[in-house]
Design a protein around this ligand. Sequence first.
Ligand code: CTP
Ligand code: MN
Ligand code: MN
Ligand code: MN
Length: 382
Amino acid sequence: QISEAEVALFSVSSYACQRRTTLDNHNSNLTDALSLLAENAELNNEDGRGVAFRRAAALLKALPTQVISMSQLRGLPCLGEHSLRVIKDVLENGVSSEVESTKQSKRYKALKILTGIFGVGAKTADRWIRAGIYNLEQLRHSGQTLNRAQKAGLEHYDDLNEPVTKAEADAIGEIVQKAVDSVLTGSQVALSGGFRRGKLTGHDVDFLITHPEEGKEVGLMPKVVAWLESQGFLLYQKTTRNSYLESKDGPARPASNMDRFERCFSIFKLTKGKEQENTDQQLRELSKNYQMEAASHKIWRAVRVDLVVSPISQFAFAVLGWTGSKLFERELRRWAGHEKNMSLSSHALFDNTQNKYLRATSEEEIFAYLGLEYIPPSERNA
Ligand code: CTP
Ligand code: MN
Ligand code: MN
Ligand code: MN
């Protein structure tokens, strides 16, 4: 028997929802590489490959120490042949040649730039690339028709590609709370998404809105949006009605993973705070560059905000479904279906064996129904 005492061996559960994944990642050299390949696969509409790389990255994020040798990975789940090849490359050479060549490729660069526009997905970006459009300049001069979202996305491109800070998220939270208080007293606002998981920055800010009295929340979103608009807080918004129909026996089964809450995808106009103004003052003093100076005079910035209204009876499911991470959510649904014969959505949990809905008023109850140890939001960073 060869002793492996010199390297730590790991024992890890195969579903990400069985694991505790904090933001303290000891293997970012490996997970960055795998995440880039996942992103590239997703940008090319190769969802299967994308998920495989995401699962491999998530497994490494959950390890308690840094991986230094391939032998430590023996017997671990979620690591396919391709992912192992990438990991080996990084461990031996410091970088993965596949990642490096992907980063350099004209197509990847163009997909990144074009999908960086709010409202532009992989399919639109691919169509534009096939029309010879690789950057914003070419897009602006291409004569391509942009929809309302894409026009707003292009106009606020730089702001929307700058990470949102926790301080900005809190400032927007106060505005949303004020809006909600103004249109329906007793309404509640909950921060969800990455910031609820303890992330310090995000690509947007996600909020859930509900009211303790069932039914009071109906029609709330248009009122909230009208208030925000009247106060000049919105640069863009698209509100979608609730399409989740209740039957006599309970909520109808959602047709897809996409939830059907009343929701609003928006771009907020956020006035910069004192801290930011001071930074701008320093920037102005330091700046020799005219454009930089012009930008530094802007006293507001655009921030992506998602608002979702949920009835109180579905709120626990909505909170669980909108806290993420995306992979954690996917794994929860996979666990529910494959291991428990249950269907989980952001609205409800259906037990296919008992043929009934399982009601819950907290996330803890939902984990218990699923036979999972409770994982708090800060440990759902898979
Ligand atoms: N979500 C969803 N339906 C959508 C969009 C998002 O259910 N159409 C859920 C995702 O599954 C995720 C949560 O909303 O759980 C937040 O999504 P998102 O804002 O995209 O990601 P974050 O984890 O918040 O990361 P980031 O900081 O980049 O915003
Ligand atoms: Mn640690
Ligand atoms: Mn988010
Ligand atoms: Mn979001």
